[in-house]
Design a protein around this ligand. Structure first.
Ligand code: SF4
Ligand code: SF4
Length: 354
């Protein structure tokens, strides 16, 4: 079993906080295996034909493995495979096993359409943690938002994964319409034996050759105060909720780039490799530095002067104002003592930690 390597985590955390020479260490990484998807979510631009036609060649299996080796060299402990929909890559099981063989923890974020099949076929045997999208407690509503019939398959897959003793985190995109069902979703997750992460819909512009915007995206964004209040109320009642009150506070305050207690440090703490094999800094939303690491050493790029300049800016870029990217918040929390205490130690005491 590959659990989090707490020694490696502690070493990276200490270096990030106390190194006078600013020796940075990334804690987690995300590899975007593909930007193809078999869903058509209303709040996402990836599946649109205009977006798809701009896609370039995806990384090959050996190229991904080379990057996994580099991530190991950098001291990363968790490697999350995302997309698009990562189960559209037939080499996903091989890559999961490869991450595990390097002593890191593999995780997958999926829309859940093929989850049941993959679990039953044993393709996820080396996977311990999977994030599955589920936004509604009602099948017809979830299917409407995801653009395909998927609810029943996702739930069937979650049940099968839990039976195989995998940790399942339901990932709920909170919108104006389903905000009122956050409690029902927490109950459903509990009934299924899963954890749940609830984050509000984001106004993200994915940069390809041209920016792709979901036209009516703001109509989906919930009232952020009500969202934060709901998180603060529900975490006390449901130990299976992973979204913490610090995340809720940051979101309620309008995101990064303000006088928050926390600054975004995703450039140094959270490495993102896109489907073409480029590492992007400071983040996937605003990749002002992209370097293809299919052949180049990721270690050298991470420690380069250019990357360091960007890391030192934290959330000081004009585009950071109001950013509330969930993965950037999650990556920034374990880099500060106060927030680390709040998210991990208090959450452990309260039971909101897996
Ligand atoms: S499942 Fe994810 S990547 Fe696919 S369309 Fe929906 S939000 Fe986009
Ligand atoms: S605050 Fe947002 S936009 Fe700025 S670096 Fe972090 S994730 Fe990127």
């Amino acid at each position: 079993m590959t659990r989090l390597n707490y020694f490696r985590f502690a070493k990276n955390f200490t270096l990030n906080n106390f190194s006078f020479n600013h020796i940075y260490k990334p804690l987690n990484a995300q590899i975007e295996l593909t930007l193809k998807c078999n869903a058509q979510c209303v709040f996402c631009s990836i599946w649109h034909p205009d977006f798809q036609k701009e896609l370039q060649e995806e990384m090959k299996t050996d190229e991904v493995k080379k990057i996994i080796d580099d991530l190991h060299e950098l001291g990363v402990q968790v490697v999350n495979f995302t997309g698009g929909e990562p189960t559209l890559r037939s080499d996903l099981p091989e890559l999961i096993s490869y991450v595990k063989s390097r002593g890191m923890m593999p995780t997958v974020a999926s829309n859940g359409l093929s989850l049941y099949k993959w679990i039953k076929n044993g393709k996820f045997k080396d996977l311990e943690l999977i994030m599955v999208s589920l936004d509604w407690p009602f099948p017809e509503k979830h299917d409407l938002y995801r653009g395909i019939h998927i609810f029943k398959q996702a739930v069937k897959g979650i049940r099968a994964a839990v039976l195989e003793r995998k940790t399942v985190i339901i990932s709920m995109v909170v919108t104006k319409e389903n905000l009122q069902y956050m409690e029902e979703m927490s109950r459903l997750a509990k009934k299924l034996g899963a954890m749940i992460e609830m984050l509000p819909c984001e106004n993200i512009i994915r940069e390809q050759d041209t920016p792709h915007v979901v036209e009516n995206i703001t109509s989906f964004i919930p009232d952020l105060h009500k969202y934060a209040q709901e998180i603060r109320r529900l975490v006390k009642k449901y130990p299976n909720i992973l979204t913490d009150t610090i995340t809720a506070d940051i979101i309620e305050a309008g995101g990064f780039g303000y006088q928050n207690m926390l600054h975004c440090v995703s450039a140094r703490a959270f490495l993102v490799i896109n489907y073409k094999g480029e590492v992007v800094f400071p983040c996937k939303i605003h990749p002002i530095l992209r370097v293809n690491v299919k052949k180049k050493s990721l270690y050298d790029v991470y420690h380069s002067y250019e990357a360091k300049q960007i890391m030192d800016m934290k959330d000081g870029f004009p585009f950071c104002k109001g950013c509330r990217l969930g993965c950037a918040i999650a990556a920034s929390i374990p880099t500060r003592w106060a927030t680390l205490y709040e998210k991990y130690i208090r959450a452990f005491i309260n039971g909101n930690l897996f």
